[in-house]
Design a protein around this ligand. Structure first.
Ligand code: C5P
Length: 413
């Protein structure tokens, strides 16, 4: 525990930075421990979306779960607002882990039977993500053949079961059925979500993302359609593997991923300076769609009645090229992106040589990639081309972070 003067905060070691947990809280007396678990998951850097069953709402309130999670808590299957904002299918698919805690005998039975008569069970039936359950109930209910059979069924389907503790129970009896303490639950989640530890621990990374804005006059600018999403997702995924990430972001409206240091810039020249300040680093991933040219900006607003202005374009610094040629300050691994409307692999191969980087991630931006949620990329390096299927940008980011961690480890060996 550490006090910051006003509030007491539990500081974790960031072992779950970038991990998303969908926490389904069942209706048992142990539900109060789920609140403490939310605090601990957050302290480790995980994002948590709480879902409370009707029974859970009798023991704890959605408000306390939401306040601790710093996220909306969901309770209702048929809420038209929720369905409009985030449908229950999306909710069930966007987590890295679905954790049912506490899992009551009733909830386990409904999971085993495949019922979907409330939000919690519907999410559990719709999810394609790993599911972990932490049962808590009276010892006789836990030992009952029906519960044993339900737990066996769930295990056979790949659900991970956190064994309940043995001890005195709220009902006055003694035996197995107690929900483990939040620390033990947290360790079970960490073991599941960060089993390989944090391969980028101690690695310093600099990531650029988003567009740049090049002013024409005090109100106008040159820009492009980059949303920054892919770069932000990569920064978050690298932090999730333990890297210390500086994210140099062009003008975008995106939240900073947990565990990432963000530097906001507007122009290519500012981005180049911020990247230079972030060196030395071990890894550079230049995702930003940097404007190739800038304008000598007019000091006052250009007027229509003064005729069309002649814009003299001046070439911007090539940040990627400069980083790759930074001599002793050159990161061990320099990665560029190639957003192309033609053949992305051929263009990436040319870019690899022209920019002097180690890897180019090529994507075809002729469809809805810029601003969209999905991306199809090819990893082009001197050793060949690896093409991935079309994936959500978050998944591209996680895979890329793991691939970069593997390359850095190989280079070290
Ligand atoms: O030069 P081009 O824009 O085709 O190359 C794209 C790659 O170069 C991306 O990784 C982008 O972030 C980087 N780049 C840069 N500075 C520039 C132009 C592009 O870092 N001025």
């Amino acid at each position: 525990m550490e006090r910051d003067g006003r509030t007491a905060t539990i500081l974790g070691s960031g072992r779950l930075v970038g991990c998303r947990v969908l926490l389904i809280v069942g209706g048992g007396i142990a539900a109060y421990k789920a609140l403490e678990l939310i605090r601990r998951l957050r302290a480790e850097g995980a994002s948590v979306i709480p879902v409370l069953t009707a029974g859970a709402c009798r023991f704890i309130t959605p408000l306390s779960a939401a306040a601790l999670a710093e996220n909306r808590a969901f309770t209702d299957l048929f809420d038209p607002t929720d369905e409009g904002q985030m449908g229950h299918i999306a909710l069930s698919r966007e987590a890295d882990l679905v954790l049912v805690c506490p899992a009551t005998a009733d909830l386990l039975a409904r999971m085993a039977a495949g019922l979907a008569d409330d939000l919690a069970t519907t999410l559990l039936l719709a999810t394609d993500r790993p599911v972990m359950v932490a049962p808590a109930m009276n010892v006789r209910m836990w030992d009952h053949p029906a519960t044993r059979a339900n737990v066996a069924t769930l295990r056979a389907r790949g659900v991970e079961v956190v064994e309940p503790d043995v001890g005195p129970m709220a009902c006055g009896e003694f035996g197995p059925g107690r929900l483990p303490e939040p620390d033990a639950l947290l360790e079970a989640v960490v073991a599941r979500l960060a089993p390989g530890g944090r391969p980028l621990k101690g690695v310093r990374a600099v990531v650029t993302a988003g567009p740049t804005h090049e002013p024409i006059d005090p109100v106008r600018y040159l820009a492009n359609r980059s949303s920054g999403r892919q770069g932000f997702a990569i920064a978050g995924a690298l932090a999730g593997l333990g890297a210390r990430v500086t994210l140099v972001a062009g003008p975008v409206c995106l939240p900073t991923p947990p565990g990432v240091d963000r530097v906001d810039v507007e122009t290519a020249c500012q981005m180049a300076e911020a990247v230079e300040r972030a060196l030395p680093a071990d890894l550079a991933v230049m995702v930003a769609a940097v404007a190739d040219w800038r304008v000598e900006p007019a000091p006052a607003k250009l007027k229509k009645d003064e005729g069309a202005p002649l814009l003299r374009l001046v070439e911007n610094p090539d940040i990627l090229k400069a980083v790759a040629a930074a001599g002793p300050r050159r990161p061990r691994l320099v990665v560029g992106f190639a957003a192309e409307t033609g053949d992305p692999v051929a263009a990436a191969q040319r870019k690899l040589r022209a920019k002097g980087c180690d890897l180019v991630v090529a994507n075809d931006v002729s469809g809805g990639v810029m601003g969209g949620d999905r991306n199809r990329v090819h990893l082009v390096s001197a050793s060949g081309v690896e093409s991935w299927p079309e994936l959500p940008k978050d998944e591209v980011a996680r895979r890329l972070a793991r691939a970069l961690a593997a390359r850095l480890t190989e280079a070290n060996a």
